[in-house]
Design a protein around this ligand. Structure first.
Ligand code: GLC
Ligand code: CA
Length: 544
């Protein structure tokens, strides 16, 4: 596979609302991001995935866009944005923008026009259907945020389609004018010098509503090829598709360079593994470790040489990694480092979600009124109506609400964690007094420095980027271990996902005479590689 600059770079996701507030309105802003670029450069990341900063009524915190070529005033101005791109570049950091084009806001001028009359020239930019004879919804399709996917619009007496909130009407990708308008907007941003796009729920744009097909519709890949041709082909940028319903076969279509679509997929099989078949994230399950390993193994081996993975534990929609897969009681630091090691030593481009690098944890708000996320609030009502108790729902929120990831970033131990001098838009996680960036920087054994080391290793050892992957001890109930090999380089990664000691015995035929410890989260001496006793949440990387 041809080498690409984003193969051995690490992405850092910034959720702007919660990153750093410079004017005291309680909302993170672009000048705040600029002020932290030195910090990010020190960490070693080379790409920022910036969640939406576009003009938006903020029904879904910016994933409902009313002008793709304007910045939301609470985040700053277009001058701020240009400055961010330029200042980041000075530090060898590319800005990857969030491209939200499955839907717009209902306040986008296209929709404002479209709803005016059935013969408006923008009508067909969206998806409209007549009511059934009795006036009810055209079909049973549901929205990802609860309730029906159809919203009745009185002006013309028809329903429009929205897979997310009713303030997020879906664009009609079958309309060539829609596609052209999107490509034009993408080129406008690319010409500004951004480093690429993260494509929000991109698998949905090929939907065929009347047949009930949402993800992976028949024309999806035609659209992506067209998009590539019109916008990306002549540029060296990173594109990543948010793809929930992808299989390795489909992932190759997206991400094999020969297909000329995207750079990589962002797939969630290891995440949805912990969801209930019927109630999804609202009935969380403890994670099944052996299945988790199988999933990683499948993606690592099947995309090898034929596609490209994203590696992530969490993002702005998911719980904090250390709370979900680690141990925040007794081993927060060890388990956060272990999780980072297990992930970053695989093949693919790693993503760090803001705060992950200091081991931020889930939050437990006492009252439902403290939650802000539209999905959380809608489903709280919906599930209670279905018969869930308040306690069951609060437990589900503590585990899986999107607000777990969205509480503001902890910069130091001063009021509001140094995030804002005003009242933060969403409550702080009270543990900012001990878990914060300042403390992490001052402690040479912190999680932060472990991440920094992982990034340095990636930069210096091609095996981490290009090595093939071999899972070891497949059925072991505590240990995730694997070997990576590339040319004459080889590494062995051994991680213990449990709070108990674990015996690691290498029975495969690997001759290990010489080895060096590249990284470990315990200060201990290693005598042998083939037989180890791993400490709780230990992670060690050997060069062998
Ligand atoms: C994606 C985003 C999520 C958003 C949704 C609708 O899943 O990550 O935050 O709510 O799309 O745009
Ligand atoms: Ca602000």
């Amino acid at each position: 596979m041809d080498k690409k600059w984003w193969h051995n770079s690490v992405v850092y996701q910034v959720y702007p609302r919660s990153f750093c507030d410079t004017n005291g309105d309680g909302i993170g802003d672009i000048p705040g991001i600029i002020s932290k670029l030195d910090y990010l450069q020190n960490l070693g990341i080379e790409i920022i995935w910036l969640s939406p900063v576009y003009q938006s009524p903020m029904d879904d915190n910016g994933y409902d866009i009313s002008d793709y070529q304007a910045i939301a005033p609470e985040f700053g101005t277009m001058e701020d944005m240009d400055k961010l791109i330029a200042e980041a570049r000075k530090r060898n950091i590319q800005i990857v923008m969030d491209l939200v084009v499955n839907h717009t806001s209902d306040e986008h001028p296209w929709f404002v026009e479209a709803r005016k009359s059935k013969d408006n020239i923008y009508r067909d930019f969206y998806i409209w259907r007549k009511p059934k004879e009795d006036g009810s919804e055209p079909s049973q399709l549901g929205s990802a945020f609860g309730g029906s996917a159809w919203q009745y619009d009185e002006i013309t007496g028809e329903y429009y389609f929205h897979l997310f909130s009713k303030k997020q009407p879906d664009l009609n990708w079958e309309n060539k004018k829609v596609r052209k308008a999107v490509y034009k907007m993408m080129n406008w941003w690319l010409d500004k010098g951004i480093g690429g796009f993260r494509m929000d729920v991109i698998e949905l744009i090929g939907k065929v509503i009347d047949e009930g097909i949402m993800s992976n519709g028949p024309k999806l890949h035609d659209y992506l090829k067209e998009m590539h041709q019109e916008t990306l082909a002549s540029r060296d940028v990173l594109t990543v598709g948010e793809t929930w319903g992808v299989t390795p076969e489909i992932a190759k279509k997206y991400s094999n360079p020969e297909e000329k679509e995207l750079s990589m997929v962002f797939q969630f099989e290891h995440i949805t593994l912990c969801w209930d078949a019927k109630h999804g994230k609202w009935k969380p399950r403890p994670f099944d470790f052996v299945s988790l390993k199988k999933i990683f193994n499948k993606w690592q081996t099947e995309l090898e040489g034929k596609g490209w993975n994203s590696l992530f534990w969490n993002n702005h929609d998911l719980p904090r990694a250390v709370s979900k897969y680690g141990n925040t009681q007794q081993y927060r630091v060890e388990s956060a480092k272990m999780l980072a090691t297990a992930l970053h030593m695989m093949q693919g481009t790693p993503y760090i979600y803001q705060g992950e690098e200091i081991g931020m944890t889930n939050v437990r708000f006492e009252s439902i009124n403290q939650y802000q996320d539209i999905e959380t609030l809608n489903f709280y009502k919906e599930k209670i109506a279905e018969g869930f108790t308040h306690e069951e729902m609060m437990n589900a929120l503590w585990e899986n609400s999107r607000d777990n990831a969205r509480t503001p970033m902890h910069w130091d131990a001063t009021e509001n964690g140094g995030f804002s001098k005003g009242k933060p838009w969403l409550g702080m996680n009270p543990n900012y007094d001990s878990i914060n960036v300042k403390a992490a920087i001052e402690d040479k054994n912190s999680i932060f420095y472990h991440y920094k080391k992982l990034i340095e290793l990636r930069k210096s050892m091609p095996v981490i980027t290009y090595g093939d992957f071999k899972l070891l001890l497949k059925e072991h109930p505590q240990i995730f271990a694997y070997m990576r090999t590339y040319e004459d380089e080889r590494i062995l990664v051994a991680t213990n996902f449990s709070k108990d000691k674990a015996k690691f015995m290498l029975n495969e035929a690997v001759e290990v005479e010489d080895f060096r410890v590249l990284l470990s989260n315990y200060d201990k001496a290693y005598a042998l590689v083939s037989e180890l006793e791993l400490e709780p949440y230990e992670a060690v990387v050997f060069g062998i």
